[in-house]
Design a protein around this ligand. Structure first.
Ligand code: CUA
Length: 662
């Protein structure tokens, strides 16, 4: 059965060139420029958070301008911000595999209250070494990273419930569970490989995450998901592929069946069982890393246990709904009644009805089972199919007028259709081959249906050539009228997958401007220049340093010896917005630190050999930024140069010891 591969390869050609409109440059209307123009000094209307794919980070854009506002380091080290390089942030990248400096970041979920974006946090997945991060939207910093056990390829993640009770994740790769022998033949997939769906609880006030419980499922690939809302509140819908349970050449072997499944999960029921003490506690090892804004320090703890509930023992938690052709996106409309499945190789879009699904379950209108899970009859769950929408539907988001917008990778377009009557209303080409799309609030009860942003996989000829590697791109589309209008292109960081947006008003007033020095509880904080000092402790030396425009205290340090481990704990004494100072030393095998007002950060440096080492501030902080520097003297191992440190004790250049007087 080679057909799918053939379909795909010819389809790729279509995506790359066949659908290219002749006048791509004229595709925007003459009023497009005015619609995206945000005058200098004015703010954008929306924040747009975009996954960074293989960059491991999350980038933040203003919409409609497309201006890049910030790159938030999450799963990858970031020398620009000292993320993963300062002693305080190193624990954030800890995992059961040790420190991992990179990941592949695909999906984002803004926190919700009553199914509406509340602007508190945004959650991000790490696809490769399974983790979920929570980013605090007051600081735009990663506040927490939680590893997920019994998971491999955390792709179906993170998806949030209506009141942010849980962040839900599903494994992409089925594997033997961590608590069972992993050294098994790969061909024993059917017997030994399992899938899991994990429920990460989110504490209502602090947002702190914990793996509450996991559902053990048959081996297959879980792809994407969305929460129910309104009538489907308490349910979750996952797309699954590879129901063939192939473990080689998935391109062919996982595309054999006409239909795979959408897994419908009654999570309220699962939670009931969990709260009643059901499930089995299994040994596990997974890191939980939390950053504390008062100590400016992260801690990493290793968890050792997780509750696993085998769905075979809880038959009323999960059901399968057949879905054509390797489903990818699984999206629930704002009313909560309609669930849209998108088969990567399909030429139609099935839309399922939640009330029909409930009726089918009540009537046991099943078509056998899949590994013990009841399979609801396709027709019994179906609201209807969108006929001939395009080729290769991937993802759907919604506006506030009952319309759905679906990306088509193969035919390279976004198609607008009516959720109720399934009629196609409009289509617009994208350049080229879109993956995800994002409408502010477009997966919640309350979409802000003004803009749609398509994230394209291929950008051939859209930007000035930059060698073999081209930036991937976002395309901003106006969806305020009946017809969609292309407004602008802007390049993205890494590879964008899912993105989420929210009105700027939800968070801009809450944005932290400084860290209060008085509240700084870092154990090595130095809250005034007078307290700055250098303390030896065996071969470790702690430098309690301060930074203020435009000097360090101390800035002359002697008595460091070859082989010493020197910890520079630098506190930024500024209490004014937007005045960071940086710190770097010659020869250090480290990135710079960038320290925000009121914050303490620690730079570890091994004094490898005797000499004089300048250090300096890396951020242009004042007119005398270039003067913000100092010297460290490193002496031989056996030397008796005592620890000494000072600021402003300048010597008479002619009187200094050893200088011959003329
Ligand atoms: Cu401080 Cu430049």
């Amino acid at each position: 059965m080679i057909i799918p591969a053939v379909v795909l390869s010819s389809a790729l050609l279509i995506g790359a060139s066949g659908c290219k409109p002749k006048n791509a440059g004229d595709a925007t209307g003459s009023d497009a420029a005015a619609k995206v123009y945000v005058p200098p000094g004015k703010y954008d209307e929306f924040y747009n958070f975009v996954s960074g794919g293989f960059s491991g980070q999350v980038s933040v854009y203003g919409v409609p301008s497309g201006r890049l506002l910030r790159v938030i380091p999450v799963f990858s080290v970031d020398p620009e911000k000292g993320w993963g390089f300062s002693e305080e942030t190193k624990p954030m990248l800890n995992t059961s595999h040790g420190s991992v400096p990179w990941d592949d970041q695909h999906h984002l979920a803004l926190s919700q209250t009553d199914g509406v974006i509340d602007g508190r946090w945004i959650f991000a997945n790490a696809n490769n070494t399974p983790r979920v991060a929570r980013i605090d939207l007051t600081t735009f910093r990663t506040a927490e990273i939680l590893e997920i056990p019994n998971t491999a390829g955390n792709h179906s993640s993170p998806f949030i419930t209506e009141n942010s009770e849980y962040v839900i994740t599903g494994t992409r790769f089925s594997v033997p569970m961590d608590y069972e022998p992993g050294d098994v033949p790969i061909e024993s997939y059917k017997k030994n490989f399992k899938g899991t769906v994990s429920f990460i609880s989110v504490a209502p006030e602090s947002g702190e995450m914990n793996v509450a419980f996991q559902l053990l499922l048959p081996g297959m690939n879980f792809d994407l998901s969305h929460t129910g809302k309104g009538p489907s509140s308490g349910w979750f819908f996952f797309s699954c592929y590879n129901s063939e349970q192939a473990h080689t050449l998935l391109e062919v072997n996982a595309s054999k069946r006409d239909k795979d499944y959408i897994l419908a999960v009654n999570w309220k029921k699962a939670e009931e069982y969990f709260k009643a003490g059901k499930g089995t506690k299994r040994p596990a090892k997974y890191a939980h890393n939390v950053y504390n804004d008062e100590t400016h320090t992260a801690t990493s703890t290793m968890n050792t246990e997780v509750t696993v509930m085998d769905v075979k023992d809880f038959p009323d938690i999960v059901y399968m709904i057949p879905c054509p052709k390797s489903p990818h996106g699984c999206d629930v409309d704002p009313t909560g009644e309609y669930i849209v499945g998108s088969g990567k190789l399909a030429a139609l879009i099935p839309v399922f009805s939640f009330s029909k699904i409930q009726k089918a379950i009540a009537d046991k209108d099943f078509d056998g089972d899949y590994e013990g899970i009841p399979v609801i009859k396709y027709e019994a769950a179906l609201h209807g199919e969108v006929a001939k929408p395009g080729l290769g539907p991937l993802h759907t988001e919604f506006d506030d007028k009952g319309n759905a917008y679906t990306t088509f990778f193969i035919s390279s377009e976004v198609v607008k259709w009516n959720v109720k009557n399934l009629n196609i209303i409009d289509r617009i080409p994208t350049y080229y081959s879109p993956g995800h799309l994002s409408i502010p609030g477009g997966d919640t009860k309350k979409p802000y249906g003004k803009y749609l942003i398509a994230y394209n996989k291929i950008t051939k000829d859209r930007y000035l050539p930059t060698g073999p590697e081209l930036s991937q791109s976002a395309q901003l589309i106006d969806i305020s009228g009946e017809k969609m209008k292309l407004l602008a292109d802007y390049p993205s960081i890494g590879e964008p997958h899912y993105a989420q947006s929210l009105p700027a008003d939800l968070i801009k007033e809450k944005s932290v401007k400084i860290f209060k020095l008085d509240d700084n509880k870092h154990p090595y904080a130095t809250k005034g220049e007078k307290e700055s000092k250098v303390v030896r402790d065996g071969n470790k030396v702690h430098v309690y340093a301060t930074m203020v425009r435009s000097h360090f205290s101390p800035d002359n340090i002697e008595g460091i010896k070859e082989g010493d481990e020197v910890y520079f704990h630098v506190t930024n004494l500024e209490q004014d917005w937007d005045v960071p100072h940086g710190f770097a030393i010659k020869g250090a095998i480290n990135a710079e630190l960038l320290v925000m007002p009121g914050e303490t950060s620690t730079f570890k440096w091994i004094a490898a050999k005797p000499g004089i080492y300048p250090f300096y501030c890396t951020d242009f902080c004042s007119a005398l930024h270039q003067e913000m520097s100092g010297y460290i003297r490193v002496s031989a191992k056996g030397s008796n140069v005592p620890i000494a440190f000072s600021l402003g004790k300048n010597s008479d250049p002619d009187a200094a010891a050893g200088t011959p007087t003329p």
